[in-house]
Design a protein around this ligand. Sequence first.
Ligand SMILES: Cc1ncc(COP(=O)(O)O)c(C=O)c1O
Length: 431
Amino acid sequence: MDYTKEYKKKTPQSAKIFAKSSKLHVNGVSHNIRFYEPYPFVVKKSSGKNLIDVDNNKYTDYWMGHWSLILGHGQKNVKDALKKQLEKSWMYGTVNEQTILLSELIAKAVPVAEKIRYVTSGTEATMYAVRLARSVTERKIIAKIDGGWHGYTSDLLKSVNWPFSESESSGVLNEEKIVSIPYNNLEESIVILKKHANDLAGVIIEPVLGGGGCIPADSDYLKGIQEFCKKNNSLFILDEIVTGFRFRYGCVYPTMKLDPDIVTLGKIVGGGMTIGVMCGKKEIMEYADTTGKKKSERSYVGGGTFSANPTSMTSGFATLSVLKNNKSIHSTINSLGDYARKELSKVFDGKVIITGKGSLFMTHFVKDGITEITNATQASKCDTNALHDYHFKMIAHDGIFFLPGKLGAISSIHTKQDIKKMILSTEDYLN
Ligand SMILES: Cc1ncc(COP(=O)(O)O)c(C=O)c1O
């Protein structure tokens, strides 16, 4: 079946509008990963589990706003709260109570969040986390994971995509201050960290490698890295921008008995509005305090015209409130994730490895003798073109949307029936 032909046939308006977009925007998009061949469909609205494009095609969405919409699109409580806020206005540029409400929820659910700073993207949050670590330790090197994605900050734009040894971009300075270690390989990681120990400001890690292949970390691995950091007076930074409030009401790190110095959050805690959060232990976060400190003593990390704007704070508060008051949401979506992984593995019958945790899952088409996926190197050696084809078939033929090549997220509005539909589409793809 020619899925490109089928896709083009059902998306003529998208083709027209995207051609206009391409004239105005580089690649037609503003986030690189949103482009796929022959052109991405153009969304006119979204609701619940669905995206609706300008040709009125409906797609069951597993991309869910870069995985930020754990309650689905346009969830009622969030929408009602936002409507009320819009009546009052949407941008103050001053201190507001909505921020305090959200912070009270975060501080309670994320014990390490003794102090909090809001920004408007995850990228800014990790950029600040790195600066803070350098200020606190008076050191320069930051270690990250091969395949770790922390946003577009130049401070962490290294070893993101295979081959990890190649620069990700021209224009990035001081790449030698970013060191990369292999995920879930404690021995090799420690060897590398030791080489840089004297100037190691911190290590930043995701507890589930998201962009790098939806790969959970071994808790012993994270404990080992944390132990090294503590002994070496380097900061242990957990990037929970994807994982925070994704699997439980709170972060992953307490379930592994970890004690990070700084945690970054984003996505879900903004309820679909723009957000990034840097939080951590008081004694560390207070380096950001500008009152009465000389420039050389402080870490200058609080800016952003739209930081802590009342709309993001409101949608974040409404989203966390729904999660807090409906404890079954996490258990339900986590078990739907288990179901999806199990059924997909069965259908693919050894052709793929399905990675993930709870409501996040990703399909890797194995090749070159890969038998397990515990790090981004193994994930990168899988057949990414096959994954694109598979996702594209679902878009073109079955109205199911995964951003091609990316992991899928189950939200509270997905049902077992939706997963079954995806399994049927997969069977059809394989036949
Ligand atoms: C783990 C992680 N950190 C940071 C970011 C960057 O967040 P943002 O896209 O909001 O800048 C992302 C984005 O996907 C992410 O997955």
